[in-house]
Design a binder for this molecule. Structure first.
Ligand code: AMP
Length: 289
């Protein structure tokens, strides 16, 4: 199964990707996580990506595509994967399609997470991430006063706020989503891959909606209304009638031409024939006979 999770930052893609991973045993491929790990390790990719990430902008396509190409070539991705946060613009979607076409393994579904922006801002403000395993939590989900801990291991540090989860960066990221990522909704809808989910609900509810959507039979491609092929026109028995305006003009022309002929005949009759030497000789010959 090759799945893309599409949605604004903070719409719950990361949380749900982890649940799909557990349910289907597929790896989660999050470009955000891969980039953060590259930044933390200080790799060449990481150093180039950091400034764009801190500013809430998209990291350059060639970096992201390089990272994704390497990741999808790993053995655990052979059976499928859950793409989280990729593709994020048309160029990335086209590059992904070309990559998958080359190995004859197309996408199976694109799951769209619909969440109102007001809710997204609230969620991101409360989001905390484990720096060791990447597990995502929200301070709004723990009882007031209770400490927030990572449940993935006793030795994991307390989850912290991501540097790009501050209010100013969040509004930039939402703008970027609107401009560059949202057009992918239509892109994948046209291919019949899109399944939209109301993701404004508790995580368990969203998970069951996602699984329900994944198990739905694939919808046929949205018909881009093709013009019905024109039937071959049967051979006309009667000659095609000209349009009325053309008929009128033709009739007028015919009358004028007729009148000209009549005039020419009348003129010829009225004009006495000139008696030429040739004609005089012919007359004499006729008289002799
Ligand atoms: P995320 O964890 O998916 O919210 O991503 C965090 C940041 O990583 C984004 O704001 C971008 O700066 C960068 N990023 C993640 N995925 C991509 C991508 N597919 N293309 C470009 N930049 C990305």
């Amino acid at each position: 199964m090759r799945i893309v999770l599409l949605g604004a930052p903070g719409s719950g893609k990361g949380t749900q990707a982890q649940r799909l991973v557990q349910r289907f045993g597929l790896p989660q491929v999050s470009t955000g996580d891969l980039l953060r790990s590259a930044v933390a390790r200080g790799t060449a990719y990481g150093l180039q990506a950091k400034a764009a990430m801190d500013a809430g902008q998209l990291v350059a396509d060639d970096i992201v595509l390089g990272i994704i190409r390497e990741r999808l070539a790993e053995p655990d991705a052979a059976r499928g994967y859950v793409l989280d946060g990729f593709p994020r613009n048309q160029a990335q979607a086209r590059a992904l399609a070309a990559m998958l076409k080359a190995i004859d393994r197309p996408l199976d579904a694109v799951l769209l997470f619909n969440v109102p922006y007001g809710e997204i801002v609230k969620r991101i403000a409360g989001r905390r991430t484990c720096s060791k395993c990447g597990a995502v939590y929200n301070i709004h989900d723990v009882p007031p006063g209770a400490p927030l801990r990572c449940t993935q291991g006793a030795d994991h540090p307390a989850p912290v706020q991501r540097p790009d989860d501050n209010e100013a960066t969040v509004s930039r990221r939402l703008e970027v989503y609107e401009k560059q990522t949202r057009p992918l909704i239509d892109h994948y809808a046209r291919q019949g891959l899109l399944r939209a989910i109301d993701a404004n609900a508790p995580p368990d509810v969203v998970t069951s909606r996602l699984i329900g959507a994944l198990l739905q039979p694939v919808k046929p491609k949205r018909a881009t209304k093709k013009k019905a092929a024109r039937k071959p026109v049967a051979k006309r028995k009667t000659p095609k009638r000209k349009p009325a305006a053309k008929r009128k003009v033709t009739a007028k022309r015919k009358t004028v031409a007729k009148r000209k002929v009549v005039k020419r005949v009348k003129r010829a009759k009225a004009t006495p024939r000139r008696v030429t030497a040739k004609r005089r000789a012919a007359g004499k010959r006729r008289a002799r006979r």
